[in-house]
Structure formats: structure tokens, C-alpha cells
Design a protein around this ligand. Structure first.
Ligand code: GDP
Length: 304
């Protein structure tokens, strides 16, 4: 269904390259492994993760003496599932609010254009449909468009939004949002933040300040720091994950725009490299085009 459709481009590109990589070969040998390495790297799995996969397959080949290229699909599927199994998976898009964590506060980070606002809107929609009371906070005060866009989503989903003027202090918006959420007895708060990467120290300081000020209203917040990455940017998404995980403690990932790209392999590499659960994947622009990332479903869909 949506996942299959979302992965369509990645799959067709990957399997066409894989087909070429084994063309005329019946046995997995060094040549095939070299070609496979190229296929994985060019599918944005990332160099480190690719080498891990190749090593595992090499070990199988040397153990089993003969491995037919017709088994390569099954083997890849097993090895990739094995890699992904080291990180958590989310089975359900419904939010289970842990005891004592109401309102549950999600701080969303990521650079502009990756689909941060859209992801917040989609999440608000899901949580609201689940029967939860949601409040949005427009703490990306750097761009007027960011505030306007979040307002558009708040209207569309019909949830309250707390905002101030462009240029105001993000920490102050976050403070107001949490105060308002507590007053309204809200279940979930989703805070948008500005993701300017041009200055890492600034980013770190800003996020730290937002967190500190939020903690004045609700202890131990944010409960979740969700980093949104644009899957269609491939290696850029890796780079951003590196930067953000250095600037703040990221607890979950959302990878967007997997529809429309052949770079979906990035999900495999990012889960492997960062050991942070990929919680959501974006597979379209529509309000329902967000899925809980389930690694079993992902692998099943990929190797179907
Ligand atoms: P922000 O600047 O990070 O807040 O990005 P936006 O949420 O405004 O999204 C930027 C563009 O990406 C918009 O045109 C969105 O419709 C689009 N977008 C976001 N998520 C997805 C997705 O999963 N798939 C596709 N195809 N487009 C997406």
C-alpha cells in the first residue's frame, strides 16, 4: 500500500542496478561483491553501512563455499534485517503517552525545507484522531513563513497553536506553549524550532535554551527530540544527522520524502549509523502520508 508506493522509485532503481551487477554471473565472487558494493553506495546506504553488509556477505561466501547469485536477494534481505534489528522500531503510529508525562512534549528539529512543518501537521492529525488533545508551538521564529505554514496546518487539523511575532525569542514561545498546554490539560505538545545549521554553536545554544525554559513549566521536557531529515537528499541527510546529534540529544528520527526519490537506502544507513530509532517516514505530501517506521515492514516491502 502506501509504503510500497513510497518505496517504488528506490526499489526499481536498486533492483535494476542489482540485476546489472550480477548479469551473466551465477556465483557470488569478488567481482559480484565489488559490483554490489557500488550498488549499495549509489543507493545511498552509506559507505560504512555498505562495507558492513559486504563483509557479512563475504563471510557467508567463505563459509558456504558456493553462493549462487540467485540467493543474493534472500541474503541481502537477511543481512539488512539483521542490521536494522539493532535499533528500535515503532509498530503503531498511535502515541502511547508514558505515565506521568502529560503533556507529552515533542521538540522537532531539522533544517528548513526538509518537511518539518508538514511532519508536525501530519503528527498532529494522527494524534488528534487518536483522541488526544494537541497543542502546537511555533518556536521557529526566524522565518515568518515558518509561523504562517504552521498556522495553516493548525487550521487544517483544527488544533490550537501558540505563536508570537517573527523574530521573538523561541524559548519564550516554547514557554508560552507549554503553559497554555498545561492550562488546557493537553495531552501532547509539538514544538517547531528553527534549524539553522550555519552556526553550530548558535544552534546548540538556542536548542539548549529552549529546553531549559520549557523545563520551568514541565519537568524533564522535552520528552522527545524528533529530528526530521529529507530522505531525498541522500548523503546530506547523513550530514545533518551528524550535526544535529552533536548539537542536541536527538531521541527519534523522521525521514521524509521517500516517495519521489531513489535514495530510500538512506533509511538503512541512517538507522545503522546513528542507532536512533527511525520512528516515522514521510511518503507523500498529504495529511495521511506519514507512517510509523517498522523495520520488518520496510524490509518486507523492499524485498517483496
Ligand atoms: P520545512 O521547511 O522543513 O517546514 O518543510 P515543509 O514542511 O514546509 O515541507 C517542504 C516541502 O516538502 C513541502 O512542499 C511539502 O509538501 C514537502 N513534503 C514534506 N514531506 C513530504 C513527503 O513525505 N513527501 C513529499 N513528496 N513531499 C513532502
Amino acid at each position: 500500500e502506501t509504503l510500497d508506493k513510497g518505496l517504488e522509485k528506490t526499489k526499481s532503481s536498486f533492483f535494476s542496478k542489482l540485476g546489472k551487477a550480477v548479469a551473466g554471473k551465477s556465483k557470488v565472487d569478488d567481482d559480484v561483491l565489488d559490483n554490489l558494493e557500488e550498488v549499495l553506495v549509489s543507493s545511498d546506504v552509506g559507505v560504512d553501512t555498505t562495507l558492513k553488509i559486504i563483509k557479512r556477505i563475504e563471510a557467508r561466501v567463505s563459509r558456504d563455499k558456493y553462493v549462487g547469485t540467485d540467493e543474493l536477494n534472500t541474503i541481502l534481505r537477511e543481512e539488512i534485517a539483521g542490521l536494522l534489528s539493532e535499533t528500535n522500531t515503532t509498530d503503531d503510529i498511535d502515541l502511547q503517552i508514558p505515565k506521568g508525562k502529560k503533556p507529552y512534549v515533542i521538540m522537532v528539529v531539522g533544517v528548513n525545507g526538509v518537511g518539518k512543518t508538514t511532519t508536525i501537521g501530519k503528527l498532529a492529525y494522527r494524534f488528534k484522531n487518536q483522541g488526544l488533545k494537541v497543542v502546537l508551538g511555533a518556536a521557529d521564529t526566524f522565518r515568518a513563513a515558518a509561523i504562517d505554514q504552521l498556522q495553516v496546518w493548525a487550521d487544517r487539523v483544527d488544533v490550537p497553536i501558540v505563536k508570537q511575532q517573527m523574530g521573538s525569542d523561541p524559548a519564550s514561545v516554547a514557554f508560552d506553549t507549554l503553559s497554555s498546554a498545561v492550562k488546557q490539560d493537553a495531552d501532547v505538545v509539538i514544538i517547531d524550532t528553527a534549524g539553522r545549521l550555519h552556526n553550530k554553536v548558535n544552534l546548540m545554544n538556542e536548542l539548549t535554551k529552549v529546553k531549559r525554559v520549557m523545563q520551568k513549566v514541565v519537568d524533564d521536557t522535552p520528552h522527545e527530540v524528533l529530528l526530521v531529515l529529507d530522505g531525498s537528499t541522500g548523503q546530506n541527510a547523513f550530514e545533518q544527522a551528524k550535526q544535529f546529534t552533536k548539537a542536541t540529544e536527538v531521541t527519534a528520527l523522521a525521514i521524509t520524502k521517500l516517495d519521489g526519490t531513489a535514495k530510500g537506502g538512506v533509511v538503512i544507513g541512517i538507522s545503522d549509523q546513528f542507532k536512533i530509532p527511525v520512528k516515522y517516514i514521510g511518503v507523500g505530501e498529504g495529511i495521511e502520508d506519514l507512517q510509523a517506521f517498522n523495520k520488518h515492514e520496510f524490509v518486507d516491502s523492499f524485498f517483496k
